[in-house]
Design a protein around this ligand. Sequence first.
Ligand code: ARG
Length: 235
Amino acid sequence: ADDDADDDSQEIVAGTAPGFEPFEMVIDGELVGFDIDLLEAVVEETDYELAGWEELEFDGLIPALENENIDVIAAAMTITDEREETISFSDSYYSADQSVLVQSGGDVQPDDLEDLEGLNVGAQSGTTGEGIVQDELIDEGLIDEGDYDSYDNYVLAVEELERGTLDAIIIDEPVAESFAADREVEIAFTFETGEEYGFGVRQDDDDLQAALSEGIEAVEESSEYDEITQEWFDE
Ligand code: ARG
C-alpha cells in the first residue's frame, strides 16, 4: 500500500478467513465479527487507514501477507514461534484454548485426547488445531495419518460432524462454543493451550506492528474493547 496523496496516512489492506464465528464470518453477504470491529477500532487509533478486507482461506493468509496482497492478518491467528519465523505479530488481543467438538448426543463422547484413539478427527488446514492433531494424535500413535481430515474451512468440518461422517474436531474454544450454540454439535472437553491471538504483519513492517500494538492498548483502555466483546460474545 502506498502513501495517500491527500494526507499522510498510509493505506493498509486486511486479510481474514471467515467461517470462524464470532471472530469473522459472512452474514447476509457482509463480512462481520469481533476481529473486523476490533481491527477497525485499532486502526482508527493509528496514522494508518484501512482500505479494505480480503477474504482468503486460513492457510493462504501468510502467503498473501508475504506477497503483499494484504498488509495485516486479522484472523484469530495464534502467535506461535513457528509463524514468527516468517511474520511478526502485534501484542496479543485475545486468549484462547482448544476444544474437542462432537455430534450432539452422539455415540462419540471423549473425555480426553487419549479417548480419540482410532477415531476420524478433523481440523482446519494450517491451524494450531491441526498442529495438535499432528503432535498429540498422529505422532503419539493414537490415530493414523489417514484418520485425519483437513478442511479448508471449519464450517465444512462441523457439517460433517452433524452428518456423523466425522467423529471429532479440534478447534479454538470460543469458536467451538459458538458452533455448539447454533448447530447440532457439542463440546466434549476443552484443554489448555494458552494461545494468544495477534494481528500478523510482515517482518519488515516494524512501524505498523508498533502502531497496532499501541492501538490495541488504547482500545483496551477505552470502553471500546469491552463494547466489541459484548457485541460478539455473551459476556
Ligand atoms: N487460532 C488458530 C490458529 O491460529 C485458528 C485460527 C483460525 N482462524 C480463522 N479465521 N479460520 O491456528
